[in-house]
Design a protein around this ligand. Sequence first.
Ligand SMILES: C[S@@+](CC[C@H](N)C(=O)[O-])C[C@H]1O[C@@H](n2cnc3c(N)ncnc32)[C@H](O)[C@@H]1O
Length: 281
Amino acid sequence: MKISQRLQQINRMVGPGYDHIWDCCCDHGLLGMLLLQRNAAPKVHFVDCVAPLMQQLSLELARFFPLQPISNPQNATEQTTTEQTANLQSEWQVHCLDVAALPLAQYGKQAKHLVIIAGVGGELLVELVRSIVANQQSQSDAHSGNDSSNHDLSQGARQLEFILCPVHHNYHVRSALAELGLSLKDEYLLEENQRFYEILHLTQANTSSKTNASSKTAEAVVPLSATGSIMWQGLDADKTRQAKRYLDQTIGHYQRIPEQRMPNKPQIVAAYQHILQQLNC
Ligand SMILES: C[S@@+](CC[C@H](N)C(=O)[O-])C[C@H]1O[C@@H](n2cnc3c(N)ncnc32)[C@H](O)[C@@H]1O
């Protein structure tokens, strides 16, 4: 099956170091299959709420990515740990459920999760992320005995990242997710079939702490801007033309919305126009 540029770009944005990757709202599971093909994490989860789709997907995964039998401990001694790690094939699991109820806590509080949600509208996407963060927060409060007014996001939060690609409403999505305390690791503007998509890689790691204490690796994290930041930087001539077309389209979209329906419309339009002016310099 032909895999879209959008899903291929999301696949490229997934780096190493996660214990669990969740392909949420996975539909036919094409993104998760790309991740399985390159053993992107020890476990890849496929989640969608449509039961027949998930039954069909389970059959296809069993055929094309048969799960390895649990190895015999006697044979295990014949391989070094490095060899075992190098040979490890990703496991997979299919879940038929509402993404809002993702069971992250079942996998222990030390596990590092990457949750990917793509191809759904901005409002639904925000609601799903809000639920996942709230569930994770209440579970971490339950472990630490914190009350809800004294959140300590520092430990559990570092273990949860998102890659998100909403269909429409990027300004709303970005503003809402910044309010949830998410920061930006990376972002990418993509055009496919005359439609634009913003792909966001977000983390709960604090923008002031640039070192991930769990992995001891330096990672750049910046505040999440409502209109984008990294994706407007260092563009070549082609990408600059593309970005300008996207900004023109976005500004036109907001200008057509009646101000009574969107009181902050002038600020939104001005913010996008400011980026356009900078690209024109
Ligand atoms: C258009 S497909 C997106 C497929 C793929 N992620 C992509 O980007 O191409 C949207 C999928 O989201 C699923 N979906 C919508 N809301 C959901 C929810 N709350 N929980 C789980 N799946 C959901 C639908 O069943 C559908 O298969």
